[in-house]
Design a binder for this molecule. Structure first.
Ligand code: CP
Length: 308
């Protein structure tokens, strides 16, 4: 399977074979990191890491991945310091940066913005999150984590809870896991933050049973519970955010009432939706999940630059 020169923009049309190949290379990268701190696989490459929205995990794990593969990164970590703040279009930014680097990783607030950049240039573009759209590299590291934690991706009952409307991580995860025939998706959110109807309809078309609920107790009967933050930055009406924040909070007491061994995941950052007493449970996987991001992003960089 050849990923050279390909963009990673969405999980919507990724095949099972493509996903399994990315996860296979991710496992190789994890092994590489155990034995060799820095590889020279991408020693002649430069990667632009353009983050026009805040990030800790995605930006830093991409920069770590770049360094562990021996490449160099040029970084924008604050939209105010790039010329997009002067009104430059994403296409013009991409066309300019294409002259400097071999690959662009971008996070920006506009749904479809990464595709606009990818359409403008010939080098690979990786979407590090486009507003409330998609976050494909997060979904791939989520699958890598599920595989490590559960031993399989096939036939799982997976619950997603929190902000499913604006949550790009859950949009990407829903599509990424679909080829592995989930037993059921449980979408758990207040009505105002439920999974977009077109995504639920897409899953039903694929024959995946979907339960739409506001009950955390129901979500806790899954094999995997994927919690998300209510994202203040996506609300135009602060009063609406204030009404919905803290809609449900996962405590240790609640987890202990759920399915035994349920894997608790979260893309992070969290605010208050998982209490810190959950962290010490062996099935609380969210910090391991964040660490897995380095291996998956190393794999993606190596694959799109034809060196995996
Ligand atoms: N999960 C995630 O995308 O985290 P950051 O916003 O910190 O990159």
């Amino acid at each position: 399977m050849n990923f050279e020169g390909k963009d990673i923009l969405s999980t919507e049309n990724m095949t099972k074979e493509e996903i399994l190949e990315i996860l296979r290379v991710s496992a190789k990268m994890e092994e590489l990191c155990k034995t060799r701190h820095v590889s020279d696989l991408l020693a002649d490459k430069v990667v632009a890491v353009l983050f026009l929205e805040p990030s800790t995990r995605t930006r830093l794990s991409f920069e770590t991945a770049v360094k562990r593969l021996g490449a160099k990164a040029i970084t924008v970590a604050d939209a105010k310091t790039s010329s997009t703040a002067k009104g430059e279009t994403l296409a013009d930014t991409a066309l300019t940066v294409e002259g400097y680097v071999d690959c662009i990783v971008v996070r920006q607030p506009q749904i479809g913005g990464a595709k606009v950049m990818a359409d403008a240039v010939k080098i690979p573009v990786i979407n590090g999150g486009d507003g409330a759209g998609q976050h494909p590299t997060q979904a791939l590291l989520d699958l890598y984590t599920i595989l490590k934690e559960r031993g399989t991706l096939e036939g799982l009952k997976v619950a997603m809870a929190g902000d499913l409307k604006y949550g790009r991580t859950v949009h990407s995860l829903t599509y990424a896991l679909a080829p592995f025939t989930p037993k059921e998706y449980i979408f758990c959110a207040p009505d105002a933050l439920q999974m977009p109807e077109h995504i639920v309809a897409d899953m039903k078309k694929k024959g995946i049973p979907c339960k739409v609920t506001a009950s955390v107790e129901e979500a806790l009967q899954a094999d995997v519970l994927y919690m998300t933050r209510i994202q203040k930055e996506r609300f135009s009406d602060v009063a609406e955010y204030e009404k919905l924040k803290g809609s449900f909070i996962l405590s240790r007491q609640l987890v202990e009432k759920g399915k035994k061994g349920i894997t608790i995941m979260h893309p992070l950052p969290r605010v208050d939706e998982i209490t810190t007493d959950v962290d010490e449970l062996p099935n609380a996987a969210y910090f391991r999940q964040a660490h897995n991001g380095v291996f998956v992003r190393m794999a993606l960089l190596a694959l799109v630059m034809g060196r995996a």
